[in-house]
Design a binder for this molecule. Structure first.
Ligand code: UDP
Length: 352
């Protein structure tokens, strides 16, 4: 605070963060975390994989309606127009992207258009309007099958198995290249497996159609929406034969974005482009997740073992030291708490 008893203009200016894909699963939880941390949020979303109702959920939780515009980032002229009329953006968190591995194999051009073109258009606007703080949603998928566990950020980037994974690798490279020759400072957060929902159960994960991910499939099976869960393989070289992942509570993940924003806005990034793993550091097998879910829900889950799913890595979990030490961030929820929040959300959605 300045010596003067009135705060300076700078002190009263709330930093404005543009969140693309802000009505999606991770985006919406991040908008809540940003608003709770005192940021003004502007959301762009094309509503391709979410519902406008999410805006209401965010508003109820935070008592603050974020600004929102429905916009498709693939339409360059619309993106340009948006930035011409919104000149006071302090930073961007870019979530808007397609994320289904199988779909990306079926329709690679959709993925390259949606995930790459949109990123390029956004970065062009950053350059045109001198926006220098940029956070990108990346994924542990960039590592492929790890040679060493837990995996740290120095691990080699292996050839991507799917077009989706490829878009995450290419995007990181694009951002890094732009940082080298412009005022852009960026952070890529490599997410492990986000699960769970806000404790209020006012926002959560709403997969369109049949869920591709484990936890929504489990909760929908327990809710009676799906007949049974298929577990993709129990013959892997792991203690119980099922694959191992690092399941992180989406609210913890959201808070990592706030830390990243603070770091950029306070000019604390020690390099122009940094990457951080965002996981719990703990690996759990599919069968462990099922058992933990049965314990927290008190329900027996209907499941069967089926053959392996092509493209699945055997085991991956994060070395979180860099995020802990440099970002000052650490996951606080354990697997059961995360699953309990996912189950609470599913029950709310189904009216159980
Ligand atoms: N999985 C499963 N049945 C399902 C969905 C997923 O057994 O219906 C397994 C999948 O093989 C993987 C783990 O659950 O080992 C996590 O898969 P998910 O698709 O949730 O995330 P991924 O790690 O593939 O991004």
């Amino acid at each position: 605070m300045s010596q003067n008893k009135f705060p300076s203009l700078r002190e009263v200016h709330m930093k404005k963060i543009l969140v693309t894909g802000g009505l999606g699963y991770i985006g919406s939880h991040t908008v809540v975390a940003l608003q709770e941390a005192g940021y003004e949020v502007f959301i762009i979303d094309n509503l391709s994989n979410t519902s406008i109702d999410v805006l209401q959920g965010i508003t109820e939780i935070t008592n603050t309606p974020p600004s929102f515009v429905r916009l498709d980032l693939r339409i360059k002229s619309d993106v340009e127009k948006f930035f011409q009329t919104h000149k006071d953006i302090d930073g961007i968190i870019h979530f808007a992207a397609s994320k289904a591995v199988g779909e990306s194999v079926e329709n690679p051009l959709l993925y390259y258009e949606n995930n790459i073109n949109s990123l390029v258009y956004l970065l062009q606007e950053c350059k045109a309007h001198s926006i220098s703080n940029f956070i990108f949603s990346s994924s542990c998928t960039v590592y492929g099958e790890p040679d060493v566990l837990p995996i740290n950020e120095e691990a080699p980037i292996k050839k991507a198995i799917s077009p989706y994974g490829n878009t995450k690798q290419i995007s990181e490279e694009i951002i890094n290249d732009v940082c080298k020759v412009s005022s852009l400072n960026a952070i890529a957060l490599r997410y492990f497996n986000p699960i769970g929902a806000h404790e209020s159960a006012l926002i959560g994960e709403l997969p369109v159609g049949v869920p591709q991910n484990l936890v929504p499939y489990i909760t929908q099976t327990a809710a009676g929406v799906r007949k049974e869960l298929s577990i993709f393989g129990d013959d892997y070289n792991t203690p119980d034969g099922s694959c191992i992942r690092d399941y992180i509570h989406v609210v913890d993940l959201a808070k990592a974005h706030v830390k990243a924003v603070e770091r950029l806005i306070n000019a604390e990034n020690s390099a122009k482009f940094k990457v951080f793993n965002v996981g719990t550091g703990k690996g759990n097998s599919v069968l462990e997740v099922v058992t933990a879910f049965e314990e927290i829900s008190g329900k027996k889950l209907n499941y069967k073992i089926v053959k392996r799913r092509p493209g699945d890595v055997v085991a991956v979990f994060a070395d979180t030291k860099k995020a802990n030490d440099e970002l000052g961030w650490k996951a606080v929820h354990n697997l059961k708490e995360s699953l309990a929040s996912a189950w609470k959300w599913e029950k709310k959605v189904r009216g159980i």
